[in-house]
Design a binder for this molecule. Structure first.
Ligand code: ATP
Length: 368
């Protein structure tokens, strides 16, 4: 945002289609995609393998061209600009570092190519080394540093020419779980400190939720929803989005009518409840109620919103998952956060989920 709070778009993708091949072999990788990415935003393209994330990134970078549609950078169509003339840089999954060069030489490489004076390169490389906390390894060859350190060098190299937009294509996928978590925080910090627009590609929904200002959820060459992590999680626009982002219970209900911003629906048990409607959603006679496992609790089966039998209880340290088979057929998961009182064997809350065992009858409630 600029000081008066106006949103400035860094990248605008307008009605972009990308078709690979021709005739019978034509494959639509991007199907009329439109999205605006704001200046200074951590924006994530999230979707399963093959949905078109990398294709969109490559079009923004200029490695490939749209079949139709436009890509604007600060309002200017960049179709005529080759990749090296775009103020856009890319960090690849493979890092693509030069193994025979030192860390500092790798970071300075792009600046050398741009013909920058030596003194400027030296100062900028030093600044980048500090930014990614790699000063102590400046003279080490990149073949002699760890995967996480290589990742930092790749980031520093891409940030050194001060691009307006940084594209990151699954940059953390080669790292182990712990390092990956660490680098997620590091990337957020780098984005914040540099103020550069980051466009990040991942198929990992947890990673997208943890890092992004906004997320675009993609499937089969289309963008299904764009929103802040909480928005996407709490009010998924489509079933695919709800399923892809986190665990979800779907209950088929009869739509009875609107009540302001809410819908009145009838559950398979015959009970009627009110539920929030997703933005712009036009409910059909049969409509899906989405209940996240952490928003549901177990109760006695008698008089509950839904009833069933406990099939499995899975203890996961911080949470316990209770998997039920509901009386009308589908499965339902309830997640309960484990408190220290429960760990110590004190069952503070009456009617807690604690006592439910596989084979037992149980009811499910959730806030309307
Ligand atoms: P992943 O997470 O696996 O990298 P992705 O979402 O990035 O997947 P893309 O690489 O953008 O997916 O590919 C989208 C679709 O376009 C895929 O089905 C892919 O096979 C196809 N595709 C990509 N490049 C080409 C090409 N040069 N020729 C033909 N088809 C291609």
């Amino acid at each position: 945002c600029v000081p008066d709070g106006t949103v400035v778009n860094s990248i605008e993708v307008r009605d972009v289609r990308k078709v690979f091949g021709a005739g019978e072999n034509a494959f639509v990788a991007l199907d009329t995609v439109s999205v605006s990415i704001r200046q200074n935003e951590f924006f994530t393209l999230l979707g399963p393998s093959g949905c078109g994330k990398t294709t969109l990134l490559r079009l923004i970078a200029g490695f490939d061209f749209p079949t139709s549609g436009q890509i604007l950078l600060y309002g200017e169509d960049i179709a005529g600009l080759p990749p090296f003339k775009r103020p856009v840089n890319t960090v690849f999954q493979s890092y693509a570092l030069f193994p025979h060069m030192s860390v500092a030489e790798n970071i300075g490489f792009g600046l050398e190519m741009l013909g920058k004076p030596k003194s400027e390169i030296g100062a900028r490389v030093a600044q980048m080394l500090r930014l990614v906390r790699m000063e102590h390894l400046a003279d080490r060859k990149t073949s002699q540093i760890s995967g996480g350190q290589q990742q930092r060098v790749a980031l520093a190299r891409a940030l050194a020419p001060q691009p307006k937009v940084l594209l990151l294509d699954e940059p953390l996928s080669a790292l182990d779980y712990k390092l990956r978590k660490e680098m997620q925080l590091e990337l957020k910090r780098l984005q914040h400190e540099t103020g550069i627009t980051f466009i990040f590609v991942t198929h990992d929904q947890e990673e997208a939720l943890a890092m992004s200002d906004r997320i675009a959820v993609m499937s089969s060459g289309r963008i299904l929803q764009v929103g802040a992590p909480r928005e996407i999680y709490d009010t998924p626009a489509e079933r695919f989005v709800a399923e892809f982002i986190g665990e979800t219970n779907f209950i088929e209900t009869d739509f009875l009518g609107r009540d302001g911003a809410q819908a009145r629906v009838k559950l398979p048990s015959g009970r009627e409840i009110r539920a929030g409607l997703s933005d712009g959603h036009q409910p059909a006679d049969k409509t899906w109620l989405v209940v996240r496992p952490e928003h549901a609790q177990l109760t006695g089966a008698e008089g509950a919103l839904l009833a069933g039998t406990v099939e499995n209880v899975v203890y996961l340290g911080t949470d316990t998952h209770f998997h039920l088979r509901l009386d009308h057929g589908p499965r339902f998961t309830v997640r309960r956060q484990n408190t220290s009182a429960q760990a110590a064997g004190h069952h503070a809350s009456a009617g807690s989920n604690e006592s439910f065992q596989p084979g037992q009858r149980a009811g499910v409630t959730f806030a309307e």
